[in-house]
Write a protein that binds this ligand. Structure first.
Ligand code: FAD
Ligand code: 2HG
Ligand code: ZN
Length: 436
């Protein structure tokens, strides 16, 4: 009964949600030591947005207003519950685009994107949210509303505190408003879908494309043959745009620029040269937007195909490009016929998505994968989470990427900002250390 009253009260407060309402909820929860889970579009891949026990979920999806767009600078200010794709559609009409794009764009929210420090397909061009986010409004655990909603590019007055909340996965505060620098929408986009015989050729193609397509390069993605098979097997209506042949790797190169003829000629000359030098074994350039979407569907559909295939063990790693695929091969040797091992990801940013698919979860398979995958990544000074965060699933693995002193400082910051530890418990940092 008491719980029902509590929930009714919270629901009432959420009607017509705003930062003041979020503040009231947090004040209430903090005073009673009730744990909360901030939730956006719930598309995260590490269990950050789901309650573990009896936490109160604060979903800010109804805070979805666009507040302003400066049409000269491209600075957009909006509420944190805006869906990424809706923001991109709004901007399209105004001559701008969002600096990030993900397969989950139809459901994920900008507040969730900022909280996970999401990367995605445009990272190679527009970089990290740590650069694009100009300001945030954040509600602290005790209900204090922090106005850091700057709309200027340059500001070196004191500590840049908003950076602490980018990638903190709801463990330090709830983001309620976002100010983001959006780039101009350029008129010409080209997309090539290419095949390479080995990973070394993919790597070489990347360095060549950075040199020769530099100013127009807007995405550089790769998938291996096993990822292609997965998509062809589990997704309806998807086909390989290249004639049947044994291709070990596929690469998508997108260019975005302002001069249709120049950009197309530049890409075609690059592809011809790469074909002649043997870096590319086959390829096709999208002739219209529908064909381009069908190419993207292959790359963006891998996560969905994997979910349909059965159990999946997911790893999101930053590694030196030249070492990256060695891990996939090592994993295949370790697992043999017991699992399908897929390697794909944002090659332009040296971000590997290593996914291991089995008919069902199996502890003996897991024992072959972990801790090996983390130890190997750590030994190459990589990151065990390039863009998905640590959430619940990887909170205890943080030491593979961060030194003990760094983790200790993070825990001190957590305790300072959230002394009652009500914000997203069990996530990001090892729970036992936060509770000490
Ligand atoms: P949620 O999943 O709801 O939450 C994620 C975390 O942020 C949780 O810890 C939550 O507590 C916290 N949070 C959410 N909103 C707030 C808020 N307002 N204030 C404070 N904390 C908050 N990720 C990439 O980086 N790159 C990709 O290319 C990519 N592609 C994807 C493709 C698919 C098909 C899927 C399913 C996921 C993909 N993801 C990708 C992962 C996911 O979409 C991103 O992590 C996304 O940024 C999460 O946003 P969300 O709104 O769904 O957040
Ligand atoms: C992608 O780039 C996403 O497609 C999801 O980050 C990766 O499912 C994954 O492992
Ligand atoms: Zn990704």
């Amino acid at each position: 009964m008491l719980l029902k009253m509590k929930i009714d009260w919270l629901l009432q407060i959420l009607i017509g949600c705003g930062s003041i309402k979020v503040s009231e909820i947090l004040k209430y929860c903090n005073s009673r030591c009730l744990a909360v889970v901030p939730q956006g579009g719930n598309t995260g891949l590490v269990g950050g947005s789901v309650p573990v026990f009896d936490e109160v979920i604060i979903n800010i999806g109804s805070m979805n207003n666009i507040i302003s767009l400066d049409k000269v600078s491209g600075i957009l200010v909006c509420e944190a519950g805006c869906i990424l794709e809706n923001l991109d559609s709004f901007l399209l009409n105004e001559g701008f685009i969002m600096p990030l794009d993900l397969g989950a764009k139809g459901s994920c929210q900008i507040g969730g994107n900022v909280s996970t420090n999401a990367g995605g397909l445009r990272y190679v061009r527009y970089g990290s949210l740590h650069g694009s986010i100009l300001g945030l409004e954040v509600v602290q655990a005790n209900g204090t509303v922090l106005d850091m909603l700057g709309t200027i590019r340059k500001d070196s007055t004191g500590y840049d505190l908003k950076q602490l909340f980018i990638g903190s996965e709801g463990s330090l505060g709830i983001i309620t408003k976002v100010s983001i620098l959006t780039p101009p929408r350029l008129s010409s986009t080209n997309l090539a879908f290419l095949a390479c015989k080995d990973f070394f050729s993919c790597q070489k193609l990347l360095s060549e494309s950075k040199r020769k397509l530099g100013e127009v390069l807007s995405a550089f993605e790769f998938l291996d043959n096993q990822s292609m098979d997965m998509v062809l097997t589990y997704l309806d209506g998807v086909r390989n745009p290249l004639p049947p042949s044994v291709h070990n790797f596929y690469v998508l190169i997108e260019t975005t620029g302002s001069n249709e003829t120049h950009d197309k000629e530049k890409l075609e000359a690059f592809l011809l040269h790469s074909m002649e030098s043997g870096l590319i074994s086959d390829g096709v350039v999208a002739q219209d937007i529908n064909q381009a979407s069908s190419f993207w569907r292959i790359r963006e559909g891998i996560t969905e195909a994997l979910m349909k295939a059965g159990a999946v063990y997911k790893y999101d790693l930053s590694l030196p490009v030249e070492k990256m695929y060695n891990l996939v091969e090592k994993m295949r040797i370790r697992l043999g016929q017991r699992a399908k091992v897929l390697g794909y990801g944002h090659l332009g940013d040296a971000n590997l998505h290593l996914n291991i698919s089995t008919p069902e979860y199996d502890d003996t398979v897991l024992a072959q994968i972990e801790p090996f995958v983390y130890e190997w990544t750590s030994s190459h000074r990589g990151s065990i989470s390039a863009e998905h965060g640590l959430g619940l699933m990887k909170a205890n693995k943080i030491h593979y990427s961060k030194s003990p002193e760094t983790v200790e400082l993070m825990i001190s910051i957590k305790k300072l900002l959230d002394p009652n530890r009500i914000l997203n418990p069990y996530k990001v940092l090892p729970h036992s250390l936060v509770q000490e």
